[in-house]
Design a binder for this molecule. Sequence first.
Ligand code: 2F8
Ligand code: CA
Length: 166
Amino acid sequence: MDTQQVHSKRSSLFLQSIKQNHNEALNVTSCFSFSLSDQLFQKGWEYFHSSFYYISSTEKTWQESRDDCVSRGANLMIIDSQEEQDFTRRFPKRMWIGLTDRAQEGTWRWVDGTLLQRSYWYSGEPNDEWGEEDCAEINYKDVENSWNDMPCDRQIHWICEKKMAP
Ligand code: 2F8
Ligand code: CA
């Protein structure tokens, strides 16, 4: 084998090892995703439009609810499409969502820090009743426009969201 052939052989072995590592990494990634999705299904999470959702069976304050979602590797639900708003109709419960104006009255932000754009407030809401309502709930009085602002220390159900795609 001349020098040129040795170089060529080394390059081909090098490329082969990169491909092998890449394929192994892909396998590990897809096994991990599969087992994570599998576990979430088994724990009763609902899948919808690239996210998993957990609906609580107990009741907590907004902050406790948020902490619970974070401990599950998720956060309170962020509603950023009509489809997601419609999805919440499946759960006729009063539930905390990940929306608050605690930091600045009247400026509603999602738990990921983004400002509220499209909203689905119930007629007359948010009304900040008694100047004490800084957290948003789904209140199913009107399924189309179901949001209401509530005192954050009230205990109700909550809905967590774990996004599976950006
Ligand atoms: O009438 C709307 C009003 O209803 C309740 O107050 C009486 C809600 N508060 C609670 O459920 C604690 C308000 O948030 C709501 O605006
Ligand atoms: Ca209100």
